[in-house]
Design a protein around this ligand. Structure first.
Ligand code: GDP
Length: 295
């Protein structure tokens, strides 16, 4: 069920409250809907747009009863979320995924889950411990590497992340790996430093593997709602993000943020995290997501 029960109960629960009870469609109803959407972290612009589109559909289909809006709203949400976006892989040689995000969002866990997912899929995976700022981050990645049964390339705490990237790419070439997943530092105290560091790592990747990185995945914590949106805007600027992993959807009623991200930033959500275990990562399917919400 995609771990969406809290979002379904609270967000959609409130929508349902508005739509049931033999109500007629009127301005007050639209306003209530708008408010629920905004409160559910869908984002102001996206909420207004959704309700605007809803009004148009109601006119077009000549609807009168509030209960008829349920299906239209589900359609509009699915439409906003678009179609499932596949991951990009190298046509030949190793594919390189760079994983970025602020500390605590679930970046290490997500890398472990991705390693497991693709290893189970038959790929030879290598992890690169590029968050050299924290010794704990390197250790934690090693633990995930053991769990997922994939090799982890690392250096000491304080090492140059670009050097770790270089090592990992050499290892990938010599071992014939299919996929390298690279961790990066997640401290945001200094935007300029972060940008410099990511740029340097990217330069090494681009030089060593033409066409890489094939994905720059931004990990966002769904429980942080609007903060996640702000982080997305920042990383889009500094890292050229190609896809989003939205974690901790299992523990939150803020699943509406998926709609906000899709509506306000043009980066597809490609994966969702729905738990702490190795299997708790799902490719994001917009239709299923919208369907699960209104189940
Ligand atoms: P990092 O600092 O970004 O590398 O974050 P971690 O990977 O260490 O994760 C931080 C915490 O979030 C850990 O306790 C994880 O178990 C937890 N976590 C990560 N992803 C999920 C998820 O999808 N659902 C839940 N419930 N917890 C998660």
């Amino acid at each position: 069920k995609q771990g969406l029960s809290k979002t379904r109960d609270q967000f959609v629960g409130k929508v349902e409250e508005i739509l049931t009870g033999r109500r007629k469609i009127d301005d007050e109803l639209y306003e209530e809907l708008e408010e629920v959407l905004i409160r559910s972290d869908v984002g102001v612009n996206t909420s207004l747009e959704l309700v605007e589109r809803l009004r148009k559909e109601v006119k077009k289909r000549k609807l009168q009863e509030a209960e008829e809006l349920r299906e239209v709203l589900q359609e509009l949400m699915a439409d906003l979320l678009g179609t499932e976006e596949a991951m990009n892989f190298a046509e030949q040689g190793p594919s390189i995924f760079l994983v970025v995000g602020v500390n605590g969002v679930g970046k290490t866990t997500t890398i472990g889950k991705l390693a497991h997912y693709f290893r189970t899929d038959g790929k030879k995976v290598i992890l690169a411990a590029g968050d050299t700022f924290r010794a704990a981050a390197i250790d934690q990645l090693e633990v995930w590497g053991q769990r997922a049964e994939v090799e982890v390339i690392k250096q000491k705490e304080g090492a140059d992340p670009a050097a770790v990237a270089y090592d990992a790419l050499q290892a990938a070439k010599s071992r014939g790996a299919d996929l390298v997943i690279m961790d990066t530092a997640g401290r945001l105290h200094n935007k300029v430093n972060l940008m410099e560091e990511l740029r340097k790592v990217k330069r090494v990747i681009e030089r060593e593997v033409p066409g890489a990185p094939h994905e720059v995945l931004l990990v966002l914590d769904a429980t942080t709602g609007q903060n996640a949106l702000q982080q997305a805007k920042l990383f889009q600027e500094v890292a050229g993000v190609t896809g989003i992993v939205l974690t901790k959807l299992d523990g939150t009623a803020k699943g509406g943020v998926v709609l906000g991200i899709q509506g306000e930033i043009n980066i597809p959500v490609k994966w969702i995290g729905v738990g702490e275990g190795m299997e708790d990562l799902r490719p994001f399917n917009p239709q299923d997501f919208a369907g699960a919400l209104f189940d």
